[in-house]
Design a protein around this ligand. Structure first.
Ligand code: ATP
Length: 242
């Protein structure tokens, strides 16, 4: 793994069309920090992760340290009808460095990554034939192969049974133990309190960021809900200066 550097998000605004989904957001993720990203539905959490991962160009602001990130997207947002084997799905994690479907230096790495998430021998299985839990394990294997210092997880334990969630949580703990930084979108606040020392509460804007217990106060959660409900998707674009 490359050395972990700070990820610094400065005054970031991310828009879909004219309308900002993320509005003047700034925060820092220190090397080795484990931070939860929480907020109501539509608060801009996925939009923020996509911008940090370079999948969506910000309309304002910037990100330092973005070159070291790997993203676990929401599984529900991915099309599994595409005829892809588990091996190819894992290899796609390296497309930016090796090119899609090109041979990699050590092909055993794919088998090792699948084995590490409990899917030994699944290389040739089409992803369309997997259960939701097995598919999520494949997406984790893809992240393992990427070996990135900063890992972004978008609802990593959504719709998983207890066993699969526990196995994948163990992978996240291992990554953290190796010194990687983790930023994870989560809706389960009990899990956030148990596993994540710091939290960013988002409602298009930053409501609070810091120690989890303080950030998740009843007052902050109420404020986030009110801010998210008050936000009109057809509002005029923001004219605030950077
Ligand atoms: N591709 C898109 N095109 C247009 N609008 C979008 C697009 N993606 C997201 N949005 C809008 O941006 C806003 C923020 O959405 P986003 O998915 O980032 O929120 P979220 O906090 O991740 O929500 P959830 O918790 O429901 O997953 C929403 O109003 C959503 O409708």
């Amino acid at each position: 793994m490359r050395a972990v550097q700070e990820l610094a998000v400065r005054n970031l605004t991310v828009a879909h069309g004219r309308h900002p989904a993320v509005h003047h957001v700034s925060f820092r993720l220190a090397p080795g920090q484990k931070m939860a990203l929480v907020g109501p539905n539509g608060a801009g959490k996925s939009s923020l992760l996509h911008a940090v991962a370079g999948l969506h160009a910000p309309s304002e602001g910037g990100i330092e340290g973005a070159g070291q990130v790997a993203l676990l997207p929401q599984a529900s947002a991915l099309d599994r009808s595409f005829p892809l084997s588990c091996r190819d799905a894992v290899l796609l994690g390296l497309w930016s460095e090796a090119g899609a479907f090109r041979p990699i230096a050590n092909p055993g790495r794919v088998a090792d990554a699948l084995a590490a998430v409990g899917l030994s021998g699944f290389e040739k299985r089409p992803v369309g034939s997997l259960s939701a839990g097995q598919f999520q394990r494949v997406l984790f294997a893809r992240l393992l192969l990427q070996d990135a210092p900063v890992i972004l997880l978008d609802e990593p334990f959504n719709a998983l049974d207890a066993r699969t969630a526990a196995d994948l949580l163990e992978v996240v703990r291992r990554w953290h133990g190796e010194g990687r930084s983790i930023l994870a979108v989560l809706h389960d606040l009990d899990l956030v309190r148990r596993e994540f020392p710091t939290t960013l509460l988002l409602a298009r804007e930053v409501v609070a960021c810091g120690p989890t217990e303080e950030v998740l106060s009843a007052q902050n959660r109420l404020r986030a809900r009110m801010m998210a409900e008050a936000w009109a998707d057809d509002a005029a674009p923001c004219a605030r200066a950077a």
